[in-house]
Design a protein around this ligand. Structure first.
Ligand SMILES: CC(C)(COP(=O)(O)OP(=O)(O)OC[C@H]1O[C@@H](n2cnc3c(N)ncnc32)[C@H](O)[C@@H]1OP(=O)(O)O)[C@@H](O)C(=O)NCCC(=O)NCCS
Length: 165
C-alpha cells in the first residue's frame, strides 16, 4: 500500500556533507543497525568524510532527507549495495523501492548483477528484497554478531558472458 503520493516532490541525488546529520539520525534510529550495535559514533565515523570510493545517494522530499543508499561498484560482475535505509517514520510508503530502482537503473546500465546483504532476523527487509526480485544466495553465519547470519542477496540481468560453443 502506498498511501502518500510523493510524486514529483521526491528527489534522489548524490549525498552532500550537509546531509550527514539527517542520515546519521535515520540510521541511529533504525533496526537492523541498532540491534547490530551501530552507534551514532560509528555512523559519524562512516560518514565523515563521505564514504570514499562509493556512490552515495539520498532520497529527499520537500527538503527532508528520508532515505540513504550506498553502492560499491565492481563486485562479482556487478555492484554491491552496502546500505539501504528509509527513515522509520517513512517506511512502507514506496520510498525504499524508489531508491532501490534508482540504484538498479545505474547498476544494470553497466553490469549484470546487484548484490546486497540482509540480516537473517530482518524479516521485513527479506520480504522487501524478495518482492524486488532478489534471490537469497546463502547465509554467512556469525558475520556481524554472534548467533546470527548475514544473507547474501543477488538480483541479476543474466549471465556475465555469452555462451560460446
Ligand atoms: C527495507 C526498506 C529499505 C524497505 O523500504 P520501504 O520504503 O519501507 O518499502 P516499500 O514501501 O518501498 O515497499 C516495497 C514493497 O516491499 C514490500 N514490503 C516492505 N516491507 C515489507 C514487510 N515488512 N513485509 C512484507 N513486505 C514488505 C511492500 O509490501 C511493498 O510491496 P508493494 O509495492 O507491492 O506494496 C525500509 O523498510 C528500511 O529502511 N528498513 C529499515 C532498514 C533496513 O532493514 N534496511 C535494509 C536492510 S540493510
Amino acid at each position: 500500500m502506498h498511501p502518500i503520493d510523493h510524486g514529483s516532490h521526491t528527489i534522489i541525488r548524490d549525498m552532500r556533507a550537509d546531509d550527514r546529520d539527517p542520515v546519521v539520525e535515520i540510521l541511529t534510529g533504525s533496526d537492523p543497525w541498532k540491534r547490530l550495535g551501530f552507534t551514532t559514533t560509528d555512523w559519524n565515523r562512516i560518514f565523515a568524510p563521505l564514504p570514499a570510493g562509493r556512490d552515495t545517494f539520498v532520497l529527499e522530499i520537500e527538503g527532508t532527507v528520508l532515505g540513504i543508499a550506498i553502492v560499491r561498484r565492481k563486485f562479482l560482475f556487478g555492484d554491491y549495495l552496502e546500505l539501504l535505509g528509509i527513515a522509520p517514520s517513512a517506511i512502507g510508503q514506496g520510498l525504499g523501492s524508489r531508491l532501490l530502482a534508482h540504484v538498479e537503473s545505474l547498476t544494470f546500465s553497466r553490469a549484470h548483477n546487484l548484490f546486497a546483504c540482509v540480516s537473517d532476523f530482518n524479516e521485513a527487509a527479506r520480504a522487501f528484497y524478495q518482492k524486488q526480485g532478489y534471490k537469497e544466495i546463502g547465509p554467512m553465519p556469525n558475520f556481524l554478531i554472534p548467533g546470527y547470519a548475514e544473507i547474501l542477496l543477488r538480483k541479476t540481468a543474466g549471465p556475465a558472458r555469452p555462451l560460446h560453443n
